[in-house]
Each structure stands twice: as structure tokens, then as C-alpha cells.
Ligand binder design. Structure first.
Ligand SMILES: Cc1cc2nc3c(=O)[nH]c(=O)nc-3n(C[C@H](O)[C@H](O)[C@H](O)COP(=O)(O)OP(=O)(O)OC[C@H]3O[C@@H](n4cnc5c(N)ncnc54)[C@H](O)[C@@H]3O)c2cc1C
Length: 400
């Protein structure tokens, strides 16, 4: 029997992954209870979202002119060897038009994205928004009880858990997680530059980790600068002028003179992966399921594919009048997300480790790999297609 304390679905977590899942559930008309969790700190990041992710934002109705005005198209992606090691790798440029696309995606600032998703969520009559966070889930065979900080217990048939790296939902479902750390920190900020970026994102491969500039509207770009923990501490202490000067040097004048650096944020580089992506009526989405270093713009793109597939499978089970949290639905989710997440996680881990290692054969392999990418068109196009999204098994709302 449905009471006002029972829903079909609970979505937990007010980050971009959880909010997207809740909006997708709203579009699908699922009776949903949503917990955003604690108030979020100011997010200074931007996120490069590939075309399938933009398709999802369109589908839920947040890819508006207002949001778009804060974003810039990514038409070209370039990798430049700045390790100073031998053999040096050639510069590789990926052009969206080579795969018949006007752009690979867009660079989207996280704060306005989260704000747009929050505003949109309030418009769905099938979604009830609860204050605060979830304390724990009681995972029984036939339903899950959500115990939260502010409401009486709520009963649901399935939970989409997007409550972040230290997820209480994941713990309640009895899913263990493997975590690891890299001795690196990412500094994020945005800046003005004297030369136009021409919608090119440049990844400078340095021996401490990549430094990536990503276009923003006008003559501005955002920055993800990965350094050793020690050097990142030093960079964070620099004055704005000294930081701008150092950045102008590190980017080898590619964007000209750098000025007007905004507030800097710091993120420790870590990785993690859950042992299962779904269990006991709980679907893990976003950083609750996997954390990936911010290299090659994969993290949130993967997370949005998690959210879209979870809602797609739940919606299909509901349409067939089946149990939306049944074992078969959970297993299908786990299987399909695993084949997308694992290879990307391994590739990025390897790339990061070969960059930071001075072991000569690693340098040789990296240089050869990049030389092959630059020289062999079909190989480059395959990498571009896969970088954009998996060629098979993309959730329907993200198909481009
Ligand atoms: C420097 C950097 C740059 C990046 N750049 C890119 C990029 O260019 N492209 C890309 O695709 N990805 C990128 N990423 C990855 C991307 O930013 C993350 O994958 C994404 O932000 C994770 O979103 P999330 O919603 O899973 O987690 P979070 O943003 O951590 O959200 C989790 C939410 O859960 C809430 N919560 C916690 N506990 C509870 C509870 N008990 N109950 C309810 N709610 C709770 C929290 O308050 C929070 O709002 C980058 C990451 C970093 C660090």
C-alpha cells in the first residue's frame, strides 16, 4: 500500500550525479524521494562534458541559453609533451570535425550546473525533496527503508546512491570499496589570457602530472594543474601575480600572457572503485561507485552514464510491471557499468603512472603511443570516438 512515506525510488546525494539522476527520474515520472545531503561548499571546478552528457542535460531540460552562456565549446583537444624527457613525444591534436562533430563537448562550470539542476528538480511533481542527508538504509528483501536526519522512515523499492566518496548508502548495502591515493594534488582556477584559445583544450604532459587548460567564454580558460603534493602547496601560497607568471611559463606562451587568476581550489588526487556497482536494491552512481583522477575528462561523464543507465533500467522494469529493485535489474546495471568504467580507470591510472615515472621503457612506450596517434588517422578517430563515449551500450537518452 502506498502511503506518503512510500515511494518507488529514493535518490541520495545533491552533487551533479545525484541531481542528474533525480531529474531523469522526474522526467520518467517515477515517484521519487530525494535527499541532497549537507550544504555543498563553493565548487570552483569546471567540467568538460562530452556530447552524450550534453544530450542528457538537454533531455532533462537544463541545457538552456542561460547555462550555455557560461560554457565554451571544445572543438579541439591537444596533448603536448612537456616532460623534457627523451624520447620526446610529438604533439597530438584531436579535431572534432575528424569524427564529423562540430565539437567534442562543452566546458561547463560546476556551480551553475548544480544550481540549474536544483532549480529544474523543483518542477517535477513526482519528486519530493527532503531536507538534509540520509543516516542509513535498512535493506530488506522486498523493500528498503531510508532513515534520514529529518524525516520519518521512508519505504522504497530501489535506491540510487550518489552520496559521494564516503557514501553511507554504499555501506548500508554492504558493498566494500577499494581506495588508493596518488602523491599528487590538482589546483583548479580560471584565468584570462592575451591570445584566443580558439576552443582548444591543451593537456601539457609534465613529469609531475598533466596541466590542462580548458576554454571558457571569451578570452578565459579554466585550469586543472596536477602537481606533487609538496609543489602544489607552494603554488597555493603564491600571490596572484606570481601564480599568473608561473602559469604563463608552464603553458609556454600557448595562450599568451596570463592575468586575472580567480580563487584557487585544491583536490587531492585519489582513485576508488566499489566491489559491486549494485546490490540489495541499491544502484551506485558517480563517485559513490568510482573515483578517477581528473585526466582526460572522464569522471562526471562516466557518472552521468551511470545515472542514465540506472534510470533507464528502473524505468524498463516498471514499464514491464516488474520489481524495479529486483536482482536481475541490479545485475544488468553492474555488468553494463563495469565494462565502461574499468578500462577507463585502468587507462587513466596507467597514463598518470607512466607520466610520473622516470623509468625509460615507460617513456619510450608513451612517446611511441602518442606518435602512433598523431600519424595514424583511423587509430586517432577510434580513440576520439571512445573518448567521447563507449561505441556500444550508451544509455538511450545519451545517444548522439
Ligand atoms: C579537479 C577535478 C576536475 C574534474 N574535471 C572533470 C572533467 O573535466 N570532466 C569530468 O567528466 N569529470 C571531471 N571531474 C570529476 C567530477 O568532478 C566528479 O566526478 C563529480 O563532481 C562527482 O560528482 P558526484 O555527484 O558523484 O559526487 P559529489 O559532487 O561528491 O556529490 C556527492 C553529494 O552527496 C552528498 N552527500 C554526502 N553524504 C550524504 C548523505 N548522507 N545523504 C545525502 N547526501 C549526502 C554531498 O553533500 C554531495 O552533494 C573532475 C574532478 C576533479 C577533482
Amino acid at each position: 500500500m502506498k502511503t506518503n512515506h512510500s515511494f518507488e525510488l529514493a535518490v541520495v546525494g545533491g552533487g551533479p550525479a545525484g541531481l542528474s539522476a533525480a531529474c531523469l527520474a522526474g522526467v520518467a515520472g517515477l515517484q521519487t524521494a530525494f535527499w541532497p545531503g549537507p550544504e555543498r561548499a563553493e565548487d570552483l571546478r569546471t567540467t568538460a562534458l562530452m556530447l552524450p552528457a550534453i544530450k542528457l542535460l538537454e533531455h532533462v531540460g537544463v541545457w538552456t541559453d542561460d547555462l550555455k552562456a557560461e560554457c565554451a565549446a571544445l572543438a579541439r583537444l591537444q596533448i603536448r609533451d612537456a616532460t623534457g624527457r627523451r624520447p620526446a613525444a610529438p604533439t597530438v591534436t584531436f579535431e572534432a570535425h575528424e569524427i564529423d562533430k562540430p565539437e567534442f563537448g562543452w566546458n561547463v562550470p560546476v556551480a551553475p550546473l548544480v544550481s540549474a539542476l536544483n532549480d529544474r528538480l523543483k518542477e517535477f511533481s513526482s519528486v519530493s525533496i527532503f531536507d538534509g542527508g540520509v543516516r542509513e538504509l535498512d535493506c530488506a528483501t522486498d523493500q528498503t527503508t531510508v532513515h534520514s536526519e529529518t524525516a520519518s522512515p521512508v519505504y522504497v523499492k530501489a535506491v540510487i546512491a550518489a552520496d559521494g566518496q564516503n557514501s553511507v548508502c554504499r555501506q548500508s548495502a554492504g558493498i566494500s570499496v577499494t581506495k588508493w591515493a596518488y602523491p599528487q594534488t590538482a589546483i583548479v582556477t580560471s584565468f584570462a589570457h592575451s591570445k584566443p584559445h580558439k576552443n582548444v583544450s591543451i593537456e601539457f604532459h609534465r613529469s609531475a602530472g598533466p596541466l590542462t587548460t580548458v576554454p571558457l567564454p571569451g578570452q578565459r580558460s579554466s585550469l586543472v594543474w596536477i602537481e606533487t603534493d609538496e609543489d602544489a602547496e607552494g603554488l597555493a601560497q603564491l600571490s596572484e601575480e606570481a601564480f599568473a607568471k608561473r602559469l604563463t611559463r608552464e603553458t609556454a606562451g600557448a595562450l599568451g600572457q596570463i592575468t586575472d587568476v580567480t580563487k584557487r581550489g585544491r583536490f587531492h588526487i585519489a582513485g576508488s572503485v566499489a566491489r559491486q556497482f549494485a546490490k540489495s536494491r541499491v544502484f551506485l552512481v558517480g563517485e559513490t561507485a568510482h573515483v578517477i583522477p581528473p585526466i582526460g575528462a572522464q569522471g562526471l561523464n562516466l557518472s552521468l552514464r551511470d545515472a542514465a543507465l540506472a534510470v533507464e533500467l528502473i524505468g524498463a522494469a516498471r514499464a514491464a510491471r516488474d520489481d524495479i529493485g529486483a536482482r536481475g535489474v541490479l545485475e544488468a546495471y553492474d555488468r553494463r557499468r563495469r565494462v565502461d568504467v574499468f578500462p577507463r580507470q585502468v587507462a587513466i591510472d596507467l597514463l598518470n603512472r607512466t607520466l610520473t615515472s622516470s623509468f625509460l621503457p615507460f617513456q619510450g612506450a608513451r612517446s611511441l603511443g602518442l606518435a602512433a596517434l598523431q600519424a595514424i588517422g583511423p587509430l586517432r578517430r577510434t580513440v576520439m570516438q571512445e573518448g567521447l563515449a563507449p561505441t556500444r551500450g550508451l544509455p538511450k537518452v545519451m545517444e548522439i
